[in-house]
Design a protein around this ligand. Structure first.
Ligand SMILES: Nc1ncnc2c1ncn2[C@@H]1O[C@H](COP(=O)(O)OP(=O)(O)OP(=O)(O)O)[C@@H](O)[C@H]1O
Ligand SMILES: [Mg+2]
Length: 613
């Protein structure tokens, strides 16, 4: 018998005989137990529930004044399930002892209690308690490990050193699409052929690691990186598009100024020239070439998402219906065009002209993919993009969209082509056949409208492009529509022209001056403000470039409006780079002249803004 223990086991002693209580308590304390005493059943329950740790052993007299000992044992069990109960019985009644034993007590002692017997019994009870506690702790920890094993997202395979699988978690079963029973009959190489160098059976990217745990036991941790890798690829692709877009936008901006000059001077020359002038044809060629160059710049700007969109509430169904006839002509007779338009289709906020561009580009590509003829289907539908969609694709936020799908039964394309097709100048068509700007333009327009475009294609079977546009939530924006009249309108108002490009400034002043306007010119925002401050008479309109060094167009206008609140405003630009400006034009509140422009367009726009109510 040990006289001291590392951790004093606690013993609850319940007896109404206080002398007896004291004696037992003294004996137990002497043997190194911590003893807690109670004279009644109620007191016993009270002290037990107040103890931080339930007693290891409860020594319970069967005859108590307030409660039947058997009842007490039952109630003690409820609050201290592990406690070993030893009953004390004075009358040697076998009957009650048997009953007590059945009632979940674990041992008994007869009164009068002999100290050695008491200590021996308590000692054995303490050992049983410790064993049970250890078993419980073990099973709890096993349960925890099992939980982790069952719920961890990595696939875990446990194999012996010959590779035969002993156990696998549910993630492993899911990864290998096998039941646990099947897996157990297999080896690692059979379950995951991807992990062996020979032959990948699918396109998954798996990270397989193995570690020897115990001798002869290997644990394989397999993580499916397919989705992560896909998102990384998408990100790299998006960054590449962004960089090329920046470049394209920058080039297009300078080109627009140059083209404005070329287009304007050639049109002025043509206007001044007699119908039979010898060089008329030559100048017409210059003018036509400039127009074609302007169309190309527009595409570049569309791709770089820097073109100015004339947004309004649009029903995509009517855009489809509007271009349908033209599309039929475009695709020829060997291709059958079918449309499935959802009559309940929600409105979107977009530039209808640009939507037509999207449709035409997709349809022309479909035609090129079906040289032998086939089916071209255009579908519209309301669509909800789920969180899950957002996880699979970068870009589109979850929410309410409308979907425009263009499906062909043509050649389809390889994964490599699918990866690159939105890049500008990426084409698989022969020299002179494609510029590779079609889908880049589509991509730019769709992204700038807050949407997204996806391609689904199978080599030899056809392709579907799905374009998503966010549904319109705000009220229909106001649009300023240019009304084109045959005659160039004139005027006598005072116009302040702010433009950093000298050629455009000179041109604008000359055109407006010739039409009768009083023109004030400024090379910078600062100069424009000085003129605004010093000019004695009225200034009716400020026509300003958007992108200027030092102070941009919208900053300038803000200051000018402070000084002269009634002044009319016309922005001129080939592209937008400024958030304020972009919003202003998108909601249709701002008058805007797109570069490159011709003298005639400038004249009409200036008149239109001056004549606004
Ligand atoms: N519906 C389709 N079916 C098969 N391949 C397609 C389809 N649409 C696009 N592609 C592939 O994507 C490439 C890029 O298309 P994109 O419209 O950007 O340029 P392009 O058609 O080659 O030239 P462009 O449109 O400027 O005349 C095409 O060259 C073609 O390989
Ligand atoms: Mg194309």
């Amino acid at each position: 018998m040990k006289s001291s223990r590392p951790e004093a086991l606690s013993v609850l002693v319940v007896d109404d005989d206080t002398q007896m209580l004291k004696t037992i308590k003294d004996i137990l304390r002497l043997r190194g137990y911590s003893a807690v005493i109670a004279a009644t059943g109620r007191e016993a329950l009270k002290v037990t529930s107040e103890m931080v740790n339930a007693p290891a052993v409860a020594l319970v007299d069967l005859q108590l004044p307030d409660m039947d000992g058997i009842e007490l044992i039952g109630r003690l069990r409820e609050i201290a399930a592990l406690t070993e109960v030893v009953i004390l019985t004075g009358n040697a009644s076998i009957d009650s002892a048997v009953r007590a034993l059945r009632e979940n007590s674990n041992d008994y002692l007869l009164k009068p209690v002999q100290p050695e017997l008491l200590v021996g019994t308590i000692e054995r009870a303490g050992e049983r308690w410790q064993r049970h506690r250890a078993e419980l702790a073990m099973s709890e920890s096993e349960e925890r490990l099992r939980l982790i094993f069952d719920h961890v997202s990595d696939a875990l395979f446990i194999a012996d050193d010959s590779g035969r699988i002993i156990d696998a978690n549910p993630a492993a079963c899911a990864l290998s699409s096998q039941s646990l029973e099947t897996i157990r009959a297999l080896t690692m190489a059979e379950v995951l052929p991807e992990s062996s160098p020979q032959g990948r059976s699918d396109h998954r990217v798996l990270d397989v690691r193995s570690a020897a745990f115990a001798p002869g036991v290997l644990v394989y941790t397999v993580r499916d990186l397919t989705r992560q890798r896909k998102l990384e690829d998408q990100l790299v692709q998006a960054q590449k598009m962004e960089a090329v877009g920046q470049l394209a936008g920058g080039v297009a901006h300078d080109f627009n100024n140059l083209l404005t000059v070329i287009m304007s001077y050639s049109s002025m020359l043509l206007a001044d020239m007699g119908a039979n002038d010898a060089v008329r044809g030559d100048i017409q060629e210059i003018s036509d070439a400039a127009q074609r160059a302007a169309a190309l710049t527009r595409q570049l700007l569309a791709f770089s998402r820097k073109q100015v969109l004339q947004m309004r509430a649009v029903n995509v169904n009517s855009v489809v219906t509007d271009v349908e006839k033209m599309l039929r002509r475009l695709i020829g007779e060997d291709i059958l065009l079918t449309t499935h338009l959802d009559p309940e289709l929600a409105l979107i906020n977009a530039d209808p002209g640009q939507l037509e561009q999207v449709l035409i580009n997709l349809a022309v590509n479909a035609r090129d993919a079906m040289p032998q003829g086939g089916d071209l289907t255009i579908t519209t539908d309301n669509a909800e993009l789920s969180d899950e969609h957002g996880e699979r694709h970068l870009g589109a936020a979850p929410g309410s969209y409308i979907m425009l799908a263009v499906t062909d039964t043509g050649s389809g394309m390889t994964k490599d082509v699918q990866q690159r097709l939105f890049e500008p100048f990426y084409t698989t068509k022969g020299v002179g056949k494609g510029t590779g700007l079609g889908l880049a333009t589509v991509h730019g327009i769709v992204k700038q409208s807050g949407g997204d475009v996806y391609v689904y294609s199978e080599l030899g079977h056809g392709t579907t492009f799905k374009v998503y546009f966010p549904r319109l939530t705000t009220a229909e924006p106001v649009t300023i529509t240019a009304e084109h009249r045959a005659i160039t309108p004139r005027g006598s108002e005072t116009v302040l022209l702010a433009e950093d490009d000298e050629a455009i400034r000179t041109l604008g002043a000359r055109v407006l001056g010739a039409l009768g306007y009083n023109v004030l010119v400024a090379r910078t925002g600062g100069e424009a403000l000085r003129i605004v401050a010093e000019h004695k008479g009225q200034i009716d309109l400020i026509a300003t470039d958007v992108v200027m060094p030092e102070m941009n167009g919208s900053q300038l206008v803000e200051r000018v409006l402070e000084a002269r609140p009634g002044i009319r405003v016309l922005f001129m630009s080939g592209y937008t780079d400024d958030e304020v400006m972009r919003r202003g034009v998108i909601d249709g509140q701002t008058a805007f002249l797109q570069k490159p422009f011709t003298p005639d367009l400038l004249a009409h726009k200036v008149r239109e803004v001056l004549d606004l109510p």
